[in-house]
Design a protein around this ligand. Structure first.
Ligand code: CTP
Length: 426
C-alpha cells in the first residue's frame, strides 16, 4: 500500500502530498540547512499524517546541531517571527497557518519512571529511537541530497500498513507512562490495534500501576488531548476500565454527544464542556484545588469553574420555569457561560429542561437594548446605578417581545429617569 514511498519516484510522491504552502517552507528550511552543512528533518506526527494523507499543520523539525542558533539565523534570513525556549533547547517559528517547532536531535535517558528524562544531544537515529511508537518515529529528510526521503529505521510504514500501534522498546511505558494514554488515543483515532507485544506491555504496565507515578497535571494534559478527539467517550471508557484516572473518580463516564443544533452559532470551547461534565462526576471528597493543578488555560479554567457552579444551581431552578418565562429564564441563565449551559444540556438535563436552555441560547441570550449607557449620558442622564436599571427595564420589554425603535427606547429611558427623579428628588 505504501510502496510509493520507497520506489524511484518516492520524493515526487511525497511532494505531491504536501500542500504548496508547507512544501515551500520545508524547501527553504532544507536549503538553509544545506548552506550551514547541517542535516535537518521533519519528524513525528507530521510524517505519520503525511503518509496517511491527513493534513497536519503542527510540524516538528529536528536539526542535527544547535536548533536555537539555526532558528535564530533562519528567522532573520526570512524575516520570520520566532521564540527560543532555552530550558528545552527548542524554538518556534510563527507563520500564519503552520506551527514549526524546532529541536536539536537528542537522546533521552529516564533515571526513574514517570519523571522527565535527562537529555543529551545526539543524531537523528537516537532522536527517533527515543520516541513513543514506531508510527511516530519516522523522519522526512529536507536536505537537497535526500530531499523528501522517508527515514524509517523502525518499521513505522509497515506498522501503519498493518494498522498497529507498536512501542519502540520494552521499557517505553515504564519510561513514560503518559504513553499508555497516547496508545489508546492513537488506536482510537486511526482505528488501529495495539500490536501483540505492545498490548502485553500495556497490560503489564497497568498491572504494575505505572500510572501512579504521574502527576495530576500530566494525566489532565492527556485527558485534555483525548477530549479533542472525535467521540472521546470511547477512550474515557477505556481509561475507566484500566483504572487510569488516578486523582479523579475511577468510574467517570461521558455519554455520546448528541448535537443540539446550536453549536454552529455558539463556537463553544468543547474541551471545557467535557471537563465540566467530567469534573461534575467527582465525589464530594474531590478537592476543588485539584482544578487549579489541571494546567488548563486560564480562559478554560474560568469556564470550568463557572460550569460546575451551573451544575449545582441550574437544574432545580429550571424545573420551576417554562420556555414562556422569558425574563426569569434570561436572568437565571445569563449569569453562566455557554459551555456550562451546553454541558448541562448535552449530559445532565432531561429533554424538557434541556429544551429550555436551547430556547434561551437560540432566542434570548443576545437580547439587549439598542441604546447603551453613552446614549443615556448624551441625553443628560447622569452616570449611576439607574443607568443599569433603565437598560435592564428596556431589556425586559424586549424579552416580552416588545419591538422598539432606538427613538422609542430613548423616550422610555427619559420617562423612566424622570420618574426616578420624581420619586427621589435630590
Ligand atoms: N512523543 C513521544 N512520547 C511522548 C510524547 C511525544 O515520543 N510522550 C513524540 C512522538 O514522536 C510524537 C512527537 O513527540 O509524534 C510529537 O508529540 P505530539 O505533538 O504530542 O504528538 P503528535 O504525534 O504530533 O500527535 P497529535 O497528532 O495528537 O498532535
Amino acid at each position: 500500500m505504501y510502496s510509493q514511498f520507497f520506489n524511484n519516484e518516492a520524493s515526487a510522491n511525497i511532494r505531491s502530498l504536501l500542500s504548496k504552502e508547507v512544501c515551500e517552507v520545508l524547501l527553504k528550511i532544507g536549503c538553509f540547512a544545506d548552506k550551514k552543512s547541517l542535516r535537518v528533518f521533519a519528524v513525528g506526527g507530521f510524517v505519520r499524517d503525511l503518509i496517511l494523507n491527513k493534513a497536519n499543520f503542527d510540524i516538528d523539525i529536528v536539526v542535527e546541531g544547535d536548533a536555537k542558533s539555526f532558528v535564530t539565523e533562519l528567522a532573520s534570513e526570512f524575516n520570520a517571527e520566532f521564540k527560543i525556549f532555552d530550558r528545552f533547547h527548542t524554538a518556534k517559528i510563527y507563520s500564519e497557518k503552520i506551527n514549526f517547532d524546532f529541536s536539536s536531535s537528542r537522546k533521552e535517558t529516564y533515571k526513574c519512571p514517570g519523571a522527565l528524562p535527562e537529555v543529551t544531544f545526539s543524531n537523528i537515529y537516537d532522536d527517533l529511537f527515543r520516541r513513543d511508537f514506531t508510527i511516530n518515529a519516522m523522519a522526512l529528510s529536507l536536505n537537497s541530497d535526500n530531499l523528501f526521503k522517508i527515514v524509517d529505521y523502525f518499521g513505522g510504514i509497515k506498522d501503519l500498513e498493518a494498522s498497529v500501534i507498536k512501542v519502540m522498546h520494552k521499557k517505553s511505558f515504564e519510561d513514560d507512562p503518559t504513553r499508555l494514554y497516547r496508545a489508546l488515543r492513537f488506536a482510537h483515532r486511526f482505528g488501529f490495534k495495539l500490536e501483540e507485544e505492545t498490548n502485553y506491555l500495556f497490560k503489564q504496565a497497568i498491572k504494575d500501576k505505572r500510572v501512579s507515578s504521574l502527576s495530576v497535571k500530566r494525566i489532565a494534559s492527556e485527558i485534555s488531548k483525548i477530549f479533542k478527539e472525535d467521540m472521546p467517550e470511547t477512550i474515557i471508557e477505556e481509561l475507566t476500565k484500566n483504572k487510569m484516572l488516578k486523582h479523579f473518580a475511577h468510574n467517570v463516564r461521558i455519554p455520546p454527544l448528541e448535537p443540539l443544533g446550536v453549536e454552529d452559532i455558539l463556537s463553544a470551547d468543547l474541551e471545557a464542556i467535557y471537563w465540566i461534565y467530567f469534573l461534575s462526576q467527582m465525589p464530594p471528597t474531590f478537592k476543588s484545588e485539584t482544578i487549579d493543578q489541571l494546567g488548563l488555560p486560564h480562559s478554560s479554567r474560568v469556564k470550568v469553574l463557572d460550569g460546575l457552579d451551573a451544575f449545582k444551581k441550574i437544574p432545580a431552578a429550571l424545573e420551576e420555569l417554562t420556555c414562556h418565562d422569558h425574563i426569569k429564564l434570561y436572568y437565571l441563565l445569563k449569569k453562566h457561560c455557554i459551555e456550562g449551559l451546553l454541558a448541562l444540556s448535552y449530559f445532565k438535563l432531561n429533554k424538557t429542561n434541556s429544551e429550555k436552555i436551547i430556547y434561551y441560547l437560540k432566542n434570548l441570550r443576545l437580547i439587549a437594548p439598542v441604546i447603551n449607557g453613552k446614549d443615556l449620558i448624551d441625553c443628560n442622564i447622569p452616570a449611576g446605578q439607574h443607568i443599569k436599571n433603565i437598560l435592564n427595564y428596556i431589556t425586559e420589554l424586549r424579552l416580552e417581545n416588545k419591538s422598539l425603535s432606538k427613538l422609542e427606547e430613548l423616550e422610555i429611558a427619559k420617562q423612566l429617569y424622570a420618574n426616578i427623579q420624581h420619586k427621589n428628588p435630590s
